[in-house]
Design a protein around this ligand. Structure first.
Ligand code: AMP
Ligand code: MG
Length: 400
């Protein structure tokens, strides 16, 4: 049995990042940048109004000032207007600030004089300014958000919705991203019934396939195939041979050493050297890792919670590294523990529970088959062997 960190290090050492390529920003969402990106344009790109109102020269605009409306500056064109003393220009949010002006007075803060039924009302006639005005009021200065040349994205960062928007704001059409890992799922066990069929006595529905489907999807992998195998060496061998065309093979069930556990032997028969067998982690001790041709093969225990935890701790980081991610861990956050928790065992224990924004409470049965408890939880708390925590302690939990 090896430690969790040794196992992870060994797996990550076996991972080769996939070649990068360019993709339209839209399709690059959720993938990882393969290069650093820098601002080509400042944001905002030009001085513009933060409000619908009137562009003024602040020094000539005391409270009570009466100004002649000399023109209108909408968003989308630059009419190259100029604001002279005693004048103002009607302006709208996002419109370029006319020359000479250095502030905008909100339309709510002026009294408009003229005919409110006229088409040009607000863009002609006069206004009286009802507030104090200071230079810079409601002006969004060129470059105040982002300066030209500033770094906007680092290689290995995930391209989130906001980052993709930023790239597009810069006129970037195609972005370099890391490769896409393709994964095959194999679930094994004579007891497994296909969802939507009638259960026979002793059968259970194969729920791990869909669990892994969701987890792989979330990690960003493309799911190439899903195969359900009975505990039969021939069908297992065939399933592995097909699955090995992908970068990742995730198999659940049958990884132990009982008479019906055929995964390890089948892999050996196919020439795989089992590089990891058994990790000091609870749940998830019967974990297997090896390489079949160019595929990384992860053998996860059949118990759903064990499969879940070992996926997040071993498979997910491998996929992320393959796809060019910088940060391979789950998001960590401080939480106040609401109960006493002990780990008297000889393996690191991952408790499943609910993080409610401030505290962490273990949920349901903490056993490896307890799928309901897992379904109600959103966080993992890891206690090392021998680590004991009291209610009220501040701990770090991992979110998925
Ligand atoms: P195994 O790892 O094959 O010894 O299986 C351990 C436990 O997980 C057994 O109770 C299995 O019935 C259960 N199990 C195995 N595969 C699945 C699956 N695909 N979906 C749900 N439970 C499973
Ligand atoms: Mg089995």
């Amino acid at each position: 049995m090896i430690s969790e960190s040794e196992a992870r290090a060994k797996i990550l050492e076996a991972v080769r990042p996939l070649p990068s390529r360019k993709m339209p920003v839209l399709h690059a969402q959720n993938r990882f940048a393969a290069a650093d990106y820098f601002a080509r344009l400042p944001l905002p790109a030009f001085d513009n109004s933060a409000m619908d109102g009137y562009a003024v020269v602040a020094s000539n605009c005391k409270k009570g000032a009466r100004l002649r409306v000399a023109g209108e500056q909408p968003a989308g064109v630059d009419r190259k207007l100029r604001v002279l003393n005693g004048e103002t220009v009607r302006i709208f949010t996002g419109a370029p600030i006319p020359d000479g002006a250095d502030a905008v007075v909100m339309q709510e803060d002026v009294t408009r004089e003229g005919d409110p039924t006229s088409q040009t009302y607000g863009a002609a006639g006069e206004i009286i300014v009802n507030v104090e005005v200071a230079p810079g009021d409601f002006v969004r200065r060129r470059g105040c958000d982002l300066g030209e040349g500033q770094k906007i994205l680092s290689a290995g960062d995930r391209i989130t919705a906001a980052i993709s928007a930023l790239l597009v704001s810069q006129g970037v059409d195609d972005v370099a991203i890391g490769g896409e890992a393709r994964a095959a799922i194999i679930s094994t066990g004579d007891e497994l019934a296909r969802p939507r069929t009638k259960l026979q006595p002793g059968q259970i529905y194969d729920s791990n396939s869909i669990l892994l489907h969701g987890l792989l999807n979330r990690a960003g992998a493309e799911i190439a195939s899903t195969e359900r195998c009975s505990d039969n060496p021939d069908s297992l061998r065939k399933a592995f041979q097909t699955a090995a065309k992908n970068e990742i093979v995730v198999v659940t069930g049958g990884v132990s050493v009982g008479e019906h556990d055929l995964v390890q032997q089948t892999l050996r028969d196919l020439g795989v050297k089992i590089e990891i067998w058994r990790v000091a982690i609870k749940p998830g001790k019967p974990f297997v890792f090896g390489r079949l041709d160019n595929a990384l093969v992860f053998g996860l225990p059949g118990n759903p919670v064990s499969a879940f935890v070992t996926f997040l701790q071993f498979v997910r980081p491998a996929i992320l590294k393959m796809m060019g991610a910088q940060d391979l861990g789950l998001q960590r956050i401080s939480a106040r523990l609401t109960v006493d928790l002990n780990n008297d065992g000889d393996r690191a224990h991952y408790f499943r529970g609910k993080f409610d924004g401030g505290s962490f409470t273990p949920i349901g049965r903490q056993e490896s088959h307890a799928l309901f408890g897992l379904s109600q939880s959103n966080a993992l708390l890891r206690l090392a062997s021998g680590e004991n925590r009291k209610s009220g302690d501040l701990v770090q939990v991992e979110l998925w």
